[in-house]
Ligand binder design. Structure first.
Ligand SMILES: [Zn+2]
Ligand SMILES: [Zn+2]
Length: 382
């Protein structure tokens, strides 16, 4: 009797087990109507509507196109048929396949794992079934690029794993876990196959960042904070105890530490007028456009108008919301001199790279940028 209760309790209260593979929607923001699939390494089995229909090796190609609600599939030898669902599955380790979007055309990308294609709302639904290691390796390749230290990549791998598990249900009503675009985290499959990156994923196996109540954090990051990070509520309205503004002494020598932009004073006045600024009330000439931010501020105030600096950043496509406006140029151009690149919330990538170069480890770095967090094994949360 007691055993029955235990089983029922497990059925109702256990968190779902950690998935072995993840379903990532590829080219999620493009509406693809045809793709070329190629076996680059290893052999793949093509399955069409549940039936095996051939084996594909090096140099073999498959062409899949939308035809009404179905898929028209052919290979080099000719048509294979019209189906509602096809999959392309690896038969051994070290396999790699390519997808080249044909319509609209785009560059070929390489992926580990398996592929499943369906027709959905008049477009191709292209799903990569991939293990955590290769998914995270691809994300870190896309989000961090080449040329950095392994310790920095370990930091990025833990951030990406935290995002993966924290957002695992984000697309559940669409039948996959995450998309491959900025909406989730950028994933373009295997880019250069940088071994330092894939090793960093292995070296941090299972590690995620949690808040003091043991929930996965929103591990926001950006390129360079300019020397001071931003409170989450100042950038996005949402308060997070671990995303606090603080001084960052590590990023000031980074490539994205500063920037300049020149904006015509007349255009600037027109922009401000559109937001309710009355030039007649604000005093003489462009002198009133001046702004100084020795520390980060949230608003640009002129006359009766206060504009959030993050809105100005978006409207003018500026690299950051932390800038001064210099009005002394007689040519009528306003010089915007800014610090940092990105929203400034959470981890500063160029600061983290410098900390890693100075010998700090991934826990030091994560706890420096995320206030009061811990690094734990994901298994401890299930
Ligand atoms: Zn998404
Ligand atoms: Zn910084």
């Amino acid at each position: 009797m007691r055993r029955v209760y235990v089983i029922i309790a497990v059925m109702f209260f256990a968190v779902p087990a950690r998935p072995g593979t993840f379903l990532i929607s590829l080219f999620n923001e493009q509406s693809l109507s045809s793709i070329m699939v190629s076996a680059e390494k290893g052999r793949y089995i093509l399955t069409a509507d549940g039936n095996e229909s051939g084996s594909y090796g090096h140099n073999d190609m498959l062409y899949i196109a939308i035809r009404g609600d179905s898929l028209m599939v052919r290979n080099q030898s000719g048509p294979i048929g019209v189906f509602s669902r096809v999959s392309f599955s690896e038969t051994g380790e070290f396999s790699l396949f390519g997808i080249k979007p044909a319509e609209p055309a785009a560059e070929r990308s390489l992926y580990y794992g398996n592929l499943e294609v369906r027709s959905e709302y008049g477009r191709l639904s292209v799903i990569n079934k991939v293990d955590e290691h290769n998914y995270l390796g691809g994300v870190v390749e896309a989000e961090a690029g080449n040329g950095w230290s392994q310790m920095f990549y370990m930091v990025q791998a833990i951030i990406s794993r935290t995002y993966l598990y924290g957002n695992i249900s984000r697309h559940s009503d669409e039948g996959f876990h995450l998309c491959d675009a900025v909406h989730c985290q950028v994933y373009k499959g295997r880019l250069t196959g940088n071994e330092t990156i894939y090793e960093a994923v292995s070296l941090t196996e299972g590690l995620v960042i949690v808040n003091d109540d043991n929930t996965l954090i929103t591990a926001a990051f950006h390129s360079n904070c300019g020397g001071q990070t931003v409170n989450s509520e100042d950038a996005w309205v949402v308060y997070r105890s671990y995303l606090r503004s603080m001084t960052d002494p590590y990023c000031r020598g980074g490539r994205n530490a500063s920037w300049h932009a020149d904006i015509d004073a007349g255009e600037w006045q027109e922009y401000l007028a559109g937001l309710g600024f009355d030039a007649g009330e604000a005093g003489p000439g462009q002198q009133s456009f001046s702004l100084r931010q020795p520390v980060r501020q949230s608003f640009y105030t002129i006359g009766d108008v206060s504009i959030p600096l993050r809105v100005i950043r978006n409207d003018w496509n500026l690299r950051s919301a932390w800038f001064d406006v210099d009005v002394s140029n007689p040519s009528g151009m306003l010089r915007f001199s800014g610090r940092g690149h990105g929203h400034g919330v959470g981890l500063c990538q160029e600061g983290a790279m410098e900390m890693a170069a100075r010998g700090y480890n991934f826990i030091d770095i994560l706890q420096f940028y995320y206030n009061g967090v811990k690094v734990k094994q994901i298994e401890e949360l299930f």
